[in-house]
Design a protein around this ligand. Structure first.
Ligand code: ADP
Length: 299
């Protein structure tokens, strides 16, 4: 029912006292290897909530690729669309300093080799999906091909991360376009003439999407469509680690839209899912089941 088209990365994390300068070596903690990448994260988040989910992605024929396939399968994601080979699996090299700040180098690897041809070959997955969710850690031409291959009546959800200017054809298909503050500013570019998120939502809508969601962390989110702009509250929680919160939010929203919820209702559910995710460490490890989301709202 939900098809996620996107990236799959191995996150290689090392804690450091401080980052090395040019030509310098520092010693760090033991290496931790986690499955990540926005596409893989979204697919796991949706499947854990109970959505029937498939992932269209590309990994390398290597240990990191097998780690990603295993984590998808463990969450119940259909991996028939996970293509193997062509380049090493995408990797994020992450150092974390004692204050919790990250420095990240991403090697897109196989993600950069997910081609428009791969999209056309997976057409049966598009016919089986009411909602297709994508991000920008894969080539933009591949995202364009996704838009062109949507089945009639199916809905396209885009989180433009990492953000870059988008072709009109892609913007027009979004229902919704989901952005955080940084992404909103980059997509708006010179058109970002206001500091008010309500204005960003309206300005983004004017660029052509059928609907827009602006996520504002602990401040909740804004839902915008031709019916107007509505604020959706966040759930008050003690945030421990916001990694993956945006991916959990987007996946939950796509899942609820596929189940027939209206946009504001889906955003309210997604806020609860994002709230649980920030109370736990990690990305995929932090994503809740539907029961855990229900428990949060009754607490
Ligand atoms: P991103 O992770 O993409 O930067 P946000 O920080 O806006 O996106 O987080 C996405 C969603 O996760 C928010 O809209 C909200 O629902 C939830 N969320 C994030 N941070 C918090 C927080 N501190 N408290 C409660 N909910 C949060």
């Amino acid at each position: 029912d939900l098809l996620v088209v996107g990236s799959a990365n191995a996150d290689l994390v090392i804690g450091v006292e401080r980052r090395p300068g040019a030509g310098e070596t520092v010693l760090g903690s033991d290496l931790a290897v986690h499955p990540g990448g926005k596409g893989a994260n979204q697919a796991v988040a949706a499947a854990r909530l109970g959505a029937r989910t498939a992932l269209l992605a590309r990994v390398g024929d290597d240990g990191h690729g097998r780690l990603l396939l295993d984590s998808q399968r463990a969450a119940g994601v259909d991996t028939v669309g996970v293509l193997v080979g062509g380049a090493p699996t995408g990797v994020a090299l992450i150092t974390v300093d004692p204050s919790g700040d990250n420095s990240i180098v991403v090697s897109p690897g196989a993600n950069g080799r997910l081609t428009p041809g791969d999209v056309r070959t997976a057409i049966s997955l598009f016919h089986a999906s009411r909602v297709v969710s994508t991000q920008l850690e894969i080539p933009l031409e591949t995202v364009v091909e996704v838009v062109r291959n949507l089945a009639p009546g199916s809905r396209f959800v885009l989180n433009p991360s990492p953000p870059r200017p988008l072709p009109t054809e892609v913007l027009a298909a979004c229902d919704p376009l989901i952005v955080n503050e940084h992404e909103a500013k980059v997509i708006l570019g010179d058109a970002c003439v206001s500091d008010a998120p309500e204005d960003w939502a309206r300005l983004l809508l004017a660029k052509g999407p059928r609907s827009v969601v602006v996520t504002l962390g602990a401040q909740g989110s804004l839902v915008a469509s031709s019916a107007g702009v509505t604020r959706v509250a966040s759930v008050k929680v003690d945030a421990v680690d916001t990694t993956g919160a945006g991916d959990a939010f987007t996946a939950a929203l796509a899942f609820r839209l596929g189940a027939g919820s209206a946009l504001a209702e889906a955003a309210a559910y997604a806020s609860r899912v994002g709230a649980v995710a920030v109370t736990r460490k990690g990305a995929q490890d932090s994503f809740p089941t539907a029961d855990e989301v229900d428990d949060l709202c009754c607490a």
